[in-house]
Design a protein around this ligand. Structure first.
Ligand code: GLU
Length: 452
């Protein structure tokens, strides 16, 4: 059977690095096994889900380099959910409940006060038809719960190993709210079945859901149903252990993108966090896929440090070949005479930038206008430098022949020799290698700047 994984966000916000990590695991697992990766939009909550968020999620995934092979949208599938719900009703596996949220809350408080776990007491199962009719006459509409078997459910989790959940310790999950809308559980199971999902990879906050979902799968597809393989990964937390939340704007992919973080820096980091493996910078997916193994994930929460991402991004930039950045640079307004000039520019600046956008500032130094910085006591020295500029056309030896000659004729060396040239030619006292800058700035600008 060919492998199909799914990433199932609710379009009620944009993706952050934590969601991205789940998406990455789903995509990498599918790709590593020659399978397919589905994006499922869990948009049954009509009030909070928006088309703009759905589009944003699709954009975020494409930007990360995790295009999906298949798409589904839960709001298109209510007929399938209704059918499954009717089937469960016919089998007597769902029951109507009439408690209000306040009443349920009170029950839980009483249970806690008596030292008991706050598990739904199934009082609604005892209601007679007359009592139900009376409650409905009072204007109450039922919500519907799925009747768990009370047996133990086990599965072999790809991350957590052997799992055993005693469903008698769980509340029967509500499948349908009093207003007739579906909660997440039933649609998710129906979709996983209908789309032949083979692997459910998601955060460990869903572990207990899985027990109820396995019982639902068997109720709907039969006791012999093929249960998808589950992999529940520990969640991503901040370096100090605090939780990441969907609303943490600065960790949204959108804002990381605006901050100039390369998607492969994010992928390289989140693919390895929580494993004993070192984080390496990969500039393409193939290497990440090759080294991907879900079973390497440990059980402790994976810690995310934005500063680590920044460092990785710098490292990645330094390793990216010109072809990988050419388009982005031209979007930023960095243009050159020919590809060779572009390559020279990239080789020259990549070691001096933290984000691609920083290349623009260096580009402006090359293009000008630049305000030369010339100290009065260096005027004569710069005049000598002008007089012995190397013969044109310049090449990669021009800088060293020029400065050797200056060294001989002036006796200057080190900083004294180089700094006045740098400050005059770039207006700055630090920056990329002068050998390349000389070529990029070119004779006309160099002469003007040395003159001041
Ligand atoms: N929409 C659910 C969530 O975002 C999906 C969970 C799952 O993968 O089943 O938590």
């Amino acid at each position: 059977m060919s492998i199909i994984t799914r990433f199932a966000p609710s379009p009620t916000g944009r993706l952050h690095v934590g969601n991205a990590r789940t998406a990455l695991f789903c995509a990498l697992y599918a790709k590593a096994n020659g399978g397919q990766f589905m994006l499922r939009l869990d948009d049954t909550d009509a009030e909070r889900s928006t088309e703009a968020f759905a589009q944003g999620i699709i954009e975020d995934l494409a930007w990360l380099g995790l295009p999906h092979d298949l798409t589904a949208k839960q709001s298109d599938r209510f007929d399938a959910y209704d059918e499954a719900f009717e089937k469960l009703k016919d089998m007597g596996l769902v029951y109507a409940c009439y408690e209000t949220p306040d009443e349920l809350d009170l029950k839980r408080k009483r249970q806690r006060a008596r030292g008991k776990p706050p598990v739904y007491d199934r009082a609604a199962l005892e209601l007679s038809d007359d009592e139900k009719a009376k409650l409905e006459a009072e204007g109450r509409t039922p919500h519907w719960r799925f009747k768990l078997s009370g047996n133990k459910v086990s599965w072999q989790d790809l991350v957590r190993g052997d799992q055993l959940v005693d469903t008698s310790s769980l509340s029967d999950p509500v499948l349908v709210r009093a207003d007739g809308t579906y909660l997440y559980t039933l649609p998710s199971v129906v979709d996983d079945l209908d789309f032949n999902i083979t692997h459910i990879i998601r955060g460990e906050d869903h572990v207990t859901n899985s027990a109820a979902q396995i019982e639902l799968i068997m109720a709907l597809a039969g006791q012999d149903a093929i249960i998808p393989v589950f992999a529940h990964h520990p969640l991503l937390v901040m370096a100090d252990g605090s939780a990441l939340s969907k609303r943490l704007g600065s960790l949204s992919l959108e804002s990381l993108r605006e901050d100039g973080i390369d998607p492969m820096s994010i992928n390289s980091l989140i693919a390895r966090l929580g494993t004993p493996d070192p984080v390496e910078t990969h500039s393409d997916m193939a290497a990440l896929i090759a080294g991907f193994d879900l079973t390497r994930l440990g059980r402790a929460p994976a810690r995310f440090d934005p500063a680590e991402l920044q460092r990785l991004n710098v490292k990645l930039l330094q390793h990216l070949p010109f072809e990988r950045v050419a388009d982005k640079l031209s979007h930023l307004g960095v243009t050159y005479e020919d590809e060779q000039a572009g390559m020279l520019f990239w080789d020259t600046v990549k070691g001096n930038i933290d984000r691609l956008e920083d290349a623009v500032g260096l580009w402006q130094i090359i293009q000008g206008p630049v305000e030369s910085v010339i100290d009065a006591e260096d005027r004569d020295y710069l005049d000598m430098a002008l007089a012995c500029l190397p013969a044109e056309p310049w090449d990669e030896t021009s800088w060293s022949s020029w400065t050797s000659e200056l060294k001989q004729s002036t006796g200057r060396k080190g900083k004294e020799l180089f700094m006045p040239l740098r400050k005059a030619m770039t207006g700055q006292s630090h920056g990329p290698e002068m050998k390349n800058l000389l070529l990029l700035i070119g004779p006309t600008h160099v002469k003007n700047r040395l003159e001041g």
